[in-house]
Design a protein around this ligand. Structure first.
Ligand SMILES: NC(=O)c1ccc[n+]([C@@H]2O[C@H](COP(=O)([O-])OP(=O)(O)OC[C@H]3O[C@@H](n4cnc5c(N)ncnc54)[C@H](O)[C@@H]3O)[C@@H](O)[C@H]2O)c1
Length: 451
């Protein structure tokens, strides 16, 4: 569904009116285009001093060929100043060396001048060490305070920019390249204010142009909306895809499967024979499983029928658990597999009229957290992606006023696109993304709900 306000706010007349009335001024977000190879199209400023910056230096020229540092001679890079430097497309600050409250001023010293020289849709990543990994309580508190900083900067940066915090564990430095290829590129267009923990992972992406080459992927609910975008994106990245949806969606499913060189499977994931039929359809094994199929049956709890309650929990929560279990027991899900569950910010913040849906989506987050240590023994990761307001048929059905509120109540003042969720899933599906497990990544434009 098109966002007419976004188009209006970006017209000449609209820009004037929006500015004069102080209304939200959403910018057209840059998105990844097919054929692009470099993650960053512009200058990258690298600062901070904690040991992780040197890990970034090792591959930074693969991200951008325009690298700068804030200090004279720092990292042997040219010095950037707001007066003489080019507009900055990305900032990476290594805060992992900060261990005393007085050092927190280094954040201000690095970011304040840089904020004066930002290009449109800038990307910011702060690197730190997970507080729970530090013995010194002061250092742990300082590292924890980075969350408040990055989340606030996400709300201030504007221009379609975003800000994330990555806590990098010992040995996880090798997976920084994959993470920064996602977070510094337009692939993370609608992700902001997120905090993720990276841990060591032995697997590496071999070819960044096709990071999923040789992998087999299953996507449920793949005939339209977010699921169709996920299937397209996984196929773009080299995976062979099996697209699953209800029998009523067979035509759309087969058309998309044919276009992507994959297969379609008409199956209701809640049906009793679904686990056996899925195992049979994936007889050669599967590496990537994306539980995307989902439904809403909204009513306030006072008016919620048993059928509404049960159907949402069956499809959104029980089916992903039952199918994952079946794929594991049959030996279908391979070692080093990647499982991604599509949750929702409703499962984090709760939502009026969605107690059944919020139960199911919070439960899905619980599945990722509970399965992670068990599956980790086989090198399998499992994570949840929690979309906010994404422009699909599901959100087009929301009443106008609630829909407008959902669209604007985030740092980007607009809804996301199915592609935004798909890019996050595709990153989680990569071999090196075994560095992240049992976590939730929100793709919500830093929605105010549940923030
Ligand atoms: N659109 C959003 O803003 C938004 C926000 C948060 C979370 N989500 C979640 O993202 C996922 C995709 O949402 P969407 O907006 O693309 O919805 P959609 O309604 O456009 O697509 C959902 C797909 O799942 C399929 N499906 C439903 N029940 C099924 C079943 N029993 N067996 C097999 N397939 C089934 C549908 O046929 C459909 O193709 C869902 O899990 C949804 O809860 C969406």
């Amino acid at each position: 569904m098109s966002d007419r306000y976004l188009a209006f706010a970006n017209s000449a007349a609209g820009r004037r009116l929006v500015g004069a009335l102080g209304l939200p001024a959403p910018l057209h977000l840059e998105r990844w285009m097919a054929g692009r190879t470099r993650p960053l199209d512009g200058a990258l400023l690298l600062g901070g001093d904690g040991g992780l910056a040197s890990a970034v230096l090792g591959f930074a020229n693969k991200l951008s060929n325009d690298l700068y540092a804030p200090g004279e001679g720092q990292f042997d890079l040219p010095r950037w100043t707001a007066e003489h430097g080019p507009k900055l497309k990305a900032l990476v600050f290594d805060a992992s060396g900060l261990s005393r409250f007085e050092q927190l001023g280094e954040l201000r010293a690095f970011f304040q001048p840089a904020l004066k020289g930002l290009a449109n849709c800038p990307r910011v990543v702060v690197l730190g060490r997970a507080p729970e990994s530090l013995k010194d309580p002061l250092a742990a508190s300082v590292q924890r305070s980075l969350e408040g900083f990055t989340r606030s900067l996400g709300k201030e940066i504007r221009r379609g920019g975003n800000v994330q915090l990555l806590y990098v564990g010992k040995g996880a430095e090798h997976q920084l390249e994959g993470a920064l290829r996602f977070f510094l590129s337009p692939k993370s267009a609608y992700v902001s204010g997120q905090v993720l923990r990276l841990s060591a992972c032995a697997e590496q992406v071999k070819d960044w142009t096709r990071p999923l080459a040789g992998k087999k992927a299953l996507v449920t609910g793949a005939s339209r909306g977010i699921g169709a975008a996920i299937a397209e994106t996984l196929a773009r990245d080299g995976a062979e895809v099996l697209l699953l949806d209800v029998p009523q969606a067979l035509d759309a499913l087969e058309a998309l499967a044919a276009r992507l060189g994959g297969r379609g499977l008409a199956l209701d994931i809640g049906a009793e024979d679904a686990p056996a039929r899925l195992v049979e359809a994936l007889a050669d094994g599967v590496d990537i499983v994306v539980h995307n199929a989902g439904i809403t049956r909204d009513k306030t709890l006072a008016k919620m029928s048993e059928a509404f309650w049960n159907s949402v929990i069956e499809v959104n929560l029980k089916a992903p658990q039952v199918l994952t279990q079946a794929l594991l027991e049959a030996g279908t899900l391979r070692d080093h597999g990647r499982v991604v569950l599509i949750a929702s910010i409703s499962g984090i913040a709760g939502n009026l009229g969605q107690s059944n849906y919020a139960v199911s989506k919070a439960g899905v987050i619980g599945l990722a957290q509970a399965w992670a240590p068990i599956l980790g023994k086989r090198g399998i990761s499992i994570n949840a992606v929690a979309p906010g307001f994404i422009e699909t048929q599901m959100t087009a059905a929301i009443p106008l006023t609630i829909r407008e509120a959902g669209r604007r109540m985030n740092s980007m003042s607009q809804g996301g696109l199915p592609q935004d969720v798909a890019e996050a899933v595709a990153w989680f599906a990569q071999p090196g993304s075994g560095a992240v497990s049992g976590q939730v990544l929100r793709v919500c434009g830093q929605s105010l709900l549940g923030a």
